[in-house]
Each structure stands twice: as C-alpha cells, then as structure tokens.
Design a protein around this ligand. Structure first.
Ligand code: URA
Length: 234
C-alpha cells in the first residue's frame, strides 16, 4: 500500500502534515537514498525514508482485539511452566500485549493491543474502569455478607473500594454478578472468600461498556471504531 510522503511523515510523528510538506520542499528528505522535493511522492511499505539523514520508522497500524479467554490460558507472553498463553489463541501479524490480566482459571473478556498508550492508561491504578464478573460461588451469601462485600473488605492488608454484588440464581452453586473498579491480584476470588464463599468458576463479562456479546470461548474479534473511541475517553 502506498501513501503520500507527507502523510507518511506525519503518521510517523515526524511533524504535522503541513510542516512535513515544508520539510520535503526544503530538500531534507531522502527516499531510498534519493532526495525528494516533490510533494505527493508516493512511498511504499518497504521504502527507506530519511529526514536529515536519519531513518524514519513507519507508523505501526494500531490493532485492538477483544478475546473471550477460556480457562487454562495464562495472560502473559511467556510462561515458565510452558502453559498455553492467550497469545497462542490470537493470530496477528502484530506483536500484541494483553491489557491487564485474567487468572489462568478465569475466563472472559480480555483486550489485546499494540497501542502502548492505551495499555498504560487502562492498567494504571488511578484508572478505575468498571469491570463486571459472573461468579459461581459455594453457598448463598446472607444480607449481611452482601453488605460487607459492597462496603469494603480487608484482603491482603488492604481495604477494597465499594463494589456491587447481586444474586442472579440459586442452584447447587449460587450465581452472582459482581462489579468492581479495581484489579488487584485474584481480587474477586479473595473478596468472595472473605465473606465465606469460595469461587468455583469466574468469568469477566464486561469492561466498562464493552461486553462479550456473542463471542464464544476462544473466539476473538477486532474492536469497532466506536469501541476504540470509547476506550480512548476512559
Ligand atoms: N478477579 C479474580 O479473582 N480473578 C481474575 O482473573 C480477575 C478478577
């Protein structure tokens, strides 16, 4: 795919489009070793472009993926025990990174991207995007336990921020919907354990307004432009 030289420079963050035009006109740009002063010269992916003799790295396409992570995969690029990782599930020509984590034994919504700024913002502790989980727990919490869960619990010497818990279904296990804003290690499991109810299965159903919808376990899709725009507002 070819692009106009000034756009190539602007996308690569050399300068604004207008300023890039000036840079080209002033003879500071070489394409494959040849000085180019004509605006609108097309460059291809593999062309080498230099400004003032320094190579310009082409902008990388930013990719945003939503994965329905199955249990049995770790959320990291490599595992010391050789267990499968979420990157084994997503085929991409780009080097993607998971945004935050889900435990090995947790399933659900996991974002992957090569947009480092987005990963940084969404995983920064001050960022308190709401996350919704569906948990299957042992026993049924009492009113008092539900209140304690919602108002803050002591786990690992730390008091959790206010959270929400709603009983959806009582069967052999109880199904609850949990909403938290934090993302401490195994937080949902530890919060449930703190009110005396072990988690037997856990799934993240939503991150903010993004939800798994019809994605089956192991399936993934690119985010829509609207979803990407929304994440950038968070
Ligand atoms: N809380 C947990 O306990 N585990 C997860 O994977 C995510 C949230």
């Amino acid at each position: 795919m070819s692009v106009r030289l000034q756009k190539f420079l602007a996308d690569a963050q050399v300068a604004s489009r207008r300023k890039s035009e000036e840079i080209i006109l002033s003879g500071r740009v070489r394409v494959n070793g040849v000085t180019v002063t004509e605006l609108g010269t097309k460059v291809e992916e593999n062309d080498s472009v230099e400004v003032d003799g320094k190579p310009v790295k082409p902008a990388q396409k930013l990719v945003y993926i939503m994965l329905h992570k199955p249990e049995g995969y770790i959320t990291s690029a490599k595992d010391q025990f050789g267990r499968p990782t979420v990157l084994d599930l997503v085929k991409s020509e780009y080097r993607l990174y998971p945004v935050g984590r889900l435990d090995y034994d947790t399933s659900g919504l996991l974002l992957l991207t090569n947009d480092g700024d987005m990963t940084y913002r969404l995983t920064h502790p001050k960022h308190n995007v709401e996350k919704t989980y569906i948990a299957h727990i042992v026993g049924t919490p009492t009113e008092d336990e539900l209140r304690r869960f919602e108002s803050g619990l002591e786990i690992d010497g730390y008091t959790t921020a206010p959270a929400k818990i709603k009983i959806l279904k009582r069967s052999k296990l109880t199904t609850v919907k949990i909403t938290i804003h934090e993302g401490k290690n195994r937080q949902v499991r530890k919060m449930c354990a703190a009110i005396g109810h072990e988690v037997k299965a856990l799934k993240r159903a939503a991150t903010g307004r993004l939800s798994l919808d019809g994605l089956e376990k192991g399936q993934y899709r690119e985010l829509t432009d609207e979803e990407i725009k929304y994440l950038k507002t968070l």
